[in-house]
Design a protein around this ligand. Sequence first.
Ligand code: SF4
Length: 226
Amino acid sequence: MLISELYTAVQGEGAYSGTPSVFLRTTGCNLRCWFCDTPFTSWNPEGEDVPLEELRQRISAFGVEHVVITGGEPMMPVEMTELTRQLKEAGHFITIETAGTIFRDVTADLMSISPKLSNSSPKQDEKWLARHDETRLRPEVVAILTNRFNYQLKFVVDTPDDLDEIEEYLAPMANIDRRRVWLMPQATTREELAEKTVWLKPLAQQHHFRFSSRLHIEAFGNVRGK
Ligand code: SF4
């Protein structure tokens, strides 16, 4: 499997925020968000091809229960079905962080789904713009994932206007529990994060959603491997 990073850190977002975890970051993504904070998995994918068994051993060798499988888009590699099965068998708690555009038969304790709003569109890139916008929302995939797995939905919010789009997106999804919906500021620097937190926190409360900061940005800014 092509991976770009394998490291330990503290989960910085959502329900398990603050939990020490192993992060496996796969390379390759079917989207091209302009604000992508891991362009080395999407715009300019790079990585190391690691055999499955070796990868499972390398993950377990950290001796950490929680494993966060992220990307890129971690539902792309076909080997993810077998890797997650083996990790579960080895006693790990598995979170998969996905944009919710691809279904794969995986094993996960938490499906962390981050549907991409129109604020993600790469307006500067004509080649990717149409493809990104056609692909970024797959409510039928999100419906399967939220029915089959323990889930959380995370939305990256850039401006207060994004709330209307989130409400519109969720309106036909009767099964979604609003207490499992997290709003996070779109930010790549501490300053931006702090500035957007001021208005987003109360806005999340008003809409009965939850607010999530991004602890890794609070602590380090946008630094790779943290
Ligand atoms: S879905 Fe995630 S990895 Fe892919 S381009 Fe968007 S932010 Fe980057």
